[in-house]
Design a protein around this ligand. Sequence first.
Ligand SMILES: *Cc1c(COP(=O)(O)O)cnc(C)c1O
Length: 391
Amino acid sequence: MTHFPINKFKELRTPFYYYDMSLLQETVASAKSAISERPNYHIHYAVKANSNRPILNLMAKNGIGADCVSGGEVQAALDGGIPASQVVFAGVGKADWEIKLALEANISCFNVESVPELEVINTLAIEAGTEARVAFRINPEVDAHTHAKITTGQAENKFGIAIADMLPIFERASKLSHIKVMGLHFHIGSQILQMAPFEALAERVNQLQAQLEAAGHHVKTINVGGGLGIDYLHPQTNPIPDFKSYFDCFAATLRLREGQELHCELGRSMVGQSGYMVSSVLYLKKGVNRQFAILDAGFTELLRPALYGSVHVAQNLTSPQAPISTVDIVGPICESSDVFEKEAHLPLPQRGDLIVFNSAGAYGEIMASTYNCRQLPTAYYSDTIDTVETH
Ligand SMILES: *Cc1c(COP(=O)(O)O)cnc(C)c1O
């Protein structure tokens, strides 16, 4: 459980993000330990969940690779110390400069999402006098049973290549001079807590592999993407995701061939529970039937509640002993969607109380915006916060 340095928090200007680096290290260690007996399994951290430098540094130190979805992320991963040989690059709309940057860095693999993209990568690889390693992102048509806005693996989707187009793209690739096909890539969605969708994915991969082999194509890597969820409801008591079940599920279902590698791209599950968004109560406003705790943080700091209707457990750090009350927790942004939680139950917030939102490490700070001319939040880290100067 995270211990919050409340006295230090009181000296800092809210809102800000706080990262428990011990919990992060414990989480990464847990993921690594789940694959320790499986040397052909490789974890790439999905940088889009959180690209803060200390977090990338910690991943690098633990030998974790990077999954990137933009040129900026490729650069961030490299700057964070993750070697190019462990960087993969996905995304439906890779611009020429991004492809060039990745070719120049000699990243390990492009996850290619269309035939036109494959052609452009080949052309740019010829220009750069290098060879591009690629995997094809196939839509496995597996329903992840998660939120519609974070489901990605179904047939009609802007992401990936339809199963029907899989063999033609392999044929096309074999005719391109500067393309080396490494494998297959999948990503079915996010915040998946049941193993069934991953099992369904593994079974689909088995079928696709059989089809490929019948056509004479062999691949070295199977990349199953990310998507393992976290416990947003019980972040305190269940801070570390069940990596063991996740990898065991693939080990039990996926039929890897001799010498084949399994790659995965975990984002949320690696960083989600280690990050917190800390804000202060500005006003407690009483209406006729409801009361509102108006915070100094809004969707500009933490967008997920407004974007997906997700709930981050809110804790009153300052007055944990106050009587439990029912309040709508809202932000200051001039939009009615700027609500963190309606009818939340927490110790009655008073002006000045620190309110901490749990499980904000992934897709939290990284989605912050300056809407309403607000400042981007500062990040503090448990291992260095004591050295932060305040006035
Ligand atoms: C977002 C994304 C991931 C990470 O998803 P999580 O749910 O955070 O694990 C992995 N791979 C690709 C291609 C992605 O777009």
